[in-house]
Design a protein around this ligand. Structure first.
Ligand code: PGA
Length: 251
């Protein structure tokens, strides 16, 4: 028996409509109570319109609620956006920031990421900070320099906001939804770089991995000692699959 603690982020993306999300939770209501295990906590991130109802439906379980993104603005004329304050009011404990499906180019997007982090911290929502190289950077062996650039920016923003409370999710863009995961060696190398930067900012970073995590890939991924959790996309929409991943981690 291990005593490592894991966090699982179930990022439902836009796989479910409002009714579909509600019926998933209603059908699995009883089993959901037993889903988080002693050493595995679960954070459910449905899309915005379902957050409030999902919060009610998971109330009897120890599952926590997270959002998939938030606006970089506090309030004002921003059609279609959702502010950090609403996330706090709804009862979100977490919010994913900088997921690669929310932007095209990190360099253009980075200023917005920073503003989002600051607002979340002000509203006591813990950011789940995504970072990782894209396919081109991966192929040109720029993984380390990309991670260094991104982690430096994320950690310095946390520092400026006088907090170390965040989860870090290494998400190589090319691995998301592809069925391919990095070799354990490469993953360890990338995580070491990220950890080292966090440590230089006095941040004891909790590291997660995201990108094609499933009940099959988790067996290899679990061997990586630097990891304390996983961000699941597609696999988290299948209850049996999610349950399998949790129980494999709990073994
Ligand atoms: P996936 O998504 O599990 O469907 O690959 C993961 C992610 O977006 O991080």
């Amino acid at each position: 028996m291990h005593n490592k603690k894991y966090s699982i982020i179930a990022n439902w993306k836009m796989y479910f409509s409002f009714n579909q999300a509600i019926s998933w939770l209603t059908i699995n209501k009883e089993s959901l109570k037993d889903l988080p295990q002693k050493d595995v906590s679960l954070i459910l991130c449905p899309s915005f319109e379902s957050l409030s109802t999902c919060k009610t439906l998971i109330a009897e379980s120890s599952i926590l609620l997270g959002a998939q993104d938030c606006s970089e603005h506090e309030s004002g004329p921003f059609t279609g956006q959702v502010c950090a304050q609403s996330l706090q009011e709804i009862g979100c404990c977490y919010c994913i920031i900088g997921h690669s499906e929310t932007y095209e180019n990190w360099d253009v997007y980075q200023e917005r990421i920073l503003k989002k982090i600051t607002l979340l911290i002000q509203h006591k929502v813990i950011p789940i900070l995504c970072f990782g190289e894209n396919k081109q950077e991966h192929e040109h062996k720029k993984t380390e320099s990309t991670i260094t650039k991104q982690m430096t920016l994320l950690c310095s923003t946390l520092k400026e906001n006088k907090t170390t409370k965040a989860l870090f999710a290494y998400e190589p863009r090319w691995a998301i939804g592809s069925g391919n995961i990095p070799a354990n060696n490469d993953l360890e190398k990338a995580l070491k770089v990220a950890k080292m930067i966090a440590t230089s900012y006095d941040i004891d970073a909790t590291m997660l991995y995201g990108g094609s995590v499933s009940s099959e890939t988790i067996i290899e991924l679990k061997k990586i000692t630097l990891l304390n959790g996983f961000l699941l996309g597609k696999a988290s929409t299948d209850f049996q699959e999610l349950k399998k991943v949790v129980s494999l981690l709990n073994e």
